[in-house]
Ligand binder design. Structure first.
Ligand code: ATP
Ligand code: MG
Length: 286
């Protein structure tokens, strides 16, 4: 982070204040700082090259991915530092853009193809073997992530998607890696705070907590640490959740630019909000 001044103002950009944001507000208070809340969806945000927000750091926490990206662009235009930056938020929001960064960094992702139309989707069996996972490039909480057993499933999924919006018509289709579990690691700056294993509930194969997945602490070794830091750096992030799938070793599945951490605290006991706020304050004052 490029620090600038001794006297910084701290903002928290939100659309809804969840438990996680309340913890961040408390953590700022703990350092004697009154963080200023900006409800990004209730204010007009000027796109203007000004210094109105120089000496300001904005922690980006909107739930809506586009609210986060667009408001970060506005804050940056007014001279603020944003965590994460609009560029990082943009890259993390789209799994295809994230995969591009991870591949350029030399990191392993599940064997993946993208199909921009149903016509190209139908030829996937020439590249990847069933069963497969199909997902849209943009989405969260496991929504529209599908397990594809064979060409009959594939046809059904492509028909369903045909009736949805334009981005949803793009398919990210990939090999199955370690079904039923994944590892979420939280990174602040150059530190991996910790990791947790998420396991799918009995009637699910997706391990999202939003779908009933359970969480437990997962020990960080030097391999995980290096991998996760490289994944975070590949998208220029300062605070991210890196998700790993486990097969014959680790595969990076995604990088989340506005990570939720309530469940992570429960699994690991690590006070993410306190680490993050200390990091932001010390690095922006440097
Ligand atoms: N290639 C894969 N192999 C095995 N399981 C997968 C694969 N891709 C996804 N999954 C499972 O499906 C879940 C949801 O998929 P993914 O994480 O890619 O999207 P998402 O959770 O909707 O996105 P976000 O984490 O941004 O909310 C994962 O947590 C994992 O359990
Ligand atoms: Mg996920």
């Amino acid at each position: 982070m490029v620090g600038c001044c001794s006297r910084m103002n701290y903002y928290l950009a939100v659309d809804i204040i969840r438990y996680d944001e309340k913890l961040l507000i408390e953590a700022f208070k703990g350092l004697g700082i009154d963080v200023i809340i900006i409800k990004v969806d209730s204010e007009l945000l000027p796109l203007i090259d000004s210094r109105t927000l120089s000496d300001s750091l904005v922690v980006m926490r909107p739930i809506s991915a586009y609210n986060a990206i667009y408001s970060a662009v506005a804050f940056e235009s007014m001279g603020a530092l944003t965590v994460n930056s609009s560029r990082t938020l943009y890259l993390c929001n789209d799994k295809i853009l994230t995969y591009g960064c991870l591949i350029r960094e030399g990191l392993r992702i599940p064997k993946t193809c993208i199909a921009l139309s149903n016509t190209s989707l139908q030829s996937v069996s020439g590249r990847l073997k069933f069963p497969l996972i199909d997902k849209p490039p943009i989405g969260s909480w496991g929504r529209l992530v599908s397990y594809v057993r064979d060409s009959v499933d594939l046809k059904m999924i492509s028909e369903h998607r045909e009736f949805m919006g334009p981005i949803i018509k793009t398919h990210v289709i990939q090999e199955v890696v370690g079904l039923g579990k994944d590892i979420r690691c939280i990174v602040v700056g150059d530190d991996v705070l910790g990791c947790m294993m998420r396991r799918a509930s009995a009637d699910e194969w997706r391990s999202n907590v939003a779908l009933g997945g359970t969480v437990e602490n997962y020990p960080v070794d030097s391999e995980v640490e290096e991998l996760v830091i490289r994944a975070s750096r590949s998208v220029g992030a300062e605070f991210v959740g890196v998700d790993l799938l486990v097969g014959d070793g680790y595969y990076v599945n995604e990088v989340n630019g506005v990570p939720e951490f309530k469940g992570f605290i429960k699994a690991t006991g690590i006070k993410v909000h306190e680490y993050l706020v200390k990091y932001l304050v010390s690095s922006s004052r440097r």
